[in-house]
Design a protein around this ligand. Structure first.
Ligand code: PBG
Length: 323
């Protein structure tokens, strides 16, 4: 034999040299769940190790994460039903706890990157990302609400807005609202290829935001579709997105690679709640090695082409490499 690939695997020292993909804490955005109140830290039942925090404890958690090298946070609010209505009015109420929290986080940690979520579902009595009328999700009417929500988040100090709603034309609409109001520096990380996925289940438990009727298939993408992701990527790019995101990550590694190969924008991937829950559940049962499964999953997302990884594992990964 002239060629023996095993020579490059013979020791840890050699394996380290030929390693093609390397994770770094700098790759990560840590998604966090915020609730109103003080001194609250409530574990999400389907996401062991992940909590809903009131602002005071979230600030402590962010500080702990920053000591581990995590610089970026994506904050999602959980609202009680009494704050919800058809029009998601609470989303742009300047006094609402989510917007006050964004302001407080940015003023406490100016060097942290704070990302927000733009979609109606946490504030919608229908539990949908858009405005519901006679069982239909209205597109253009939703854009106006998303515009108000985006402006309010920008005013609160968000660095990156994450439209996760999948309405047509929302990136361009949000970009023009931001620009007209002087927020030309606020970035947009578009949920470009967001699929109608069963892997969002635990997240909807965390926010109590499951749709009251129907599903999200008229706006989120069909898991069967590949080329359609390029249509979305083309639109988001011309509409002014700064990052393109694929979501979920693990069942859609081919889509991450597709966008990476077809775009010059940074590609983000969202390692979603159900992907986290599966690893945790199997590890708790002793069926897999949770830490190794975590590392392998995160590595596969990066190898597929993601420049940025949103993951509930971010802190655990950072503490592991710090040791
Ligand atoms: C909703 C939103 C969802 C997630 C992020 N933003 C759920 C959904 O579309 O129903 C899912 C995140 C996760 O599962 O970790 N706009």
């Amino acid at each position: 034999m002239q060629i023996r690939p095993r020579r490059n695997r013979k020791s840890q020292g050699i394996r380290n040299m030929v390693e093609e993909t390397r994770l770094s804490v700098k790759d990560f955005i840590f998604p966090m769940f915020l609730i109103d109140g003080i001194n609250q830290k409530i574990e999400v039942a389907s996401m062991p190790g992940i909590f809903r925090y009131s602002l005071d404890l979230m600030l402590e958690e962010i500080e702990a994460c920053m000591k581990l090298g995590i610089m970026a946070f994506d904050i999602f609010p959980a609202y009680p039903d009494i704050k919800k209505d058809r029009f998601a009015t609470e989303s742009y109420n300047p006094e609402t706890f989510y917007l006050r929290a964004i302001f407080k986080i940015k003023s406490t940690f100016p060097e942290a990157v704070v990302m927000t979520d733009v979609a109606m579902d946490p504030y919608s009595s229908d539990g949908h990302d858009g405005l519901v009328e006679n069982g239909k999700i209205l597109n253009d009417e939703t854009l106006e609400i998303l515009g108000k929500m985006s402006l309010a988040q920008a005013q609160a100090g968000a660095d990156i807005l994450g439209p996760s709603d999948m309405m047509d034309g929302r990136v361009g609409y949000i970009r023009s609202v931001l620009d007209q109001n002087g927020y030309t520096d606020v970035s947009i990380m578009s949920y470009t290829a967001k699929y109608a996925s069963a892997f969002y289940g635990p997240f909807r438990d965390a926010l109590d935001s499951a749709p009251k009727m129907g599903d999200k298939k008229t706006y989120q993408m069909d898991p069967a579709n590949y080329s359609e992701a390029l249509i979305e990527a083309g639109l988001d790019t011309t509409e002014g997105a700064d990052f393109l995101m694929v979501k979920p990550a693990l069942a859609y590694l081919d889509i991450i690679r597709l966008l990476k190969d077809n775009s010059n924008l940074p590609i983000a991937a969202y390692n979603v709640s159900g992907e986290y829950a599966m690893v945790k559940a199997a590890a708790q049962k002793g069926w897999i090695d949770g830490e190794r499964a975590m590392l392998e999953s995160l590595l596969s997302i990066k190898r597929a082409g993601a420049n940025v990884i949103l993951s509930y594992f971010a802190k655990e990964y950072a503490s592991m490499v710090k040791k």
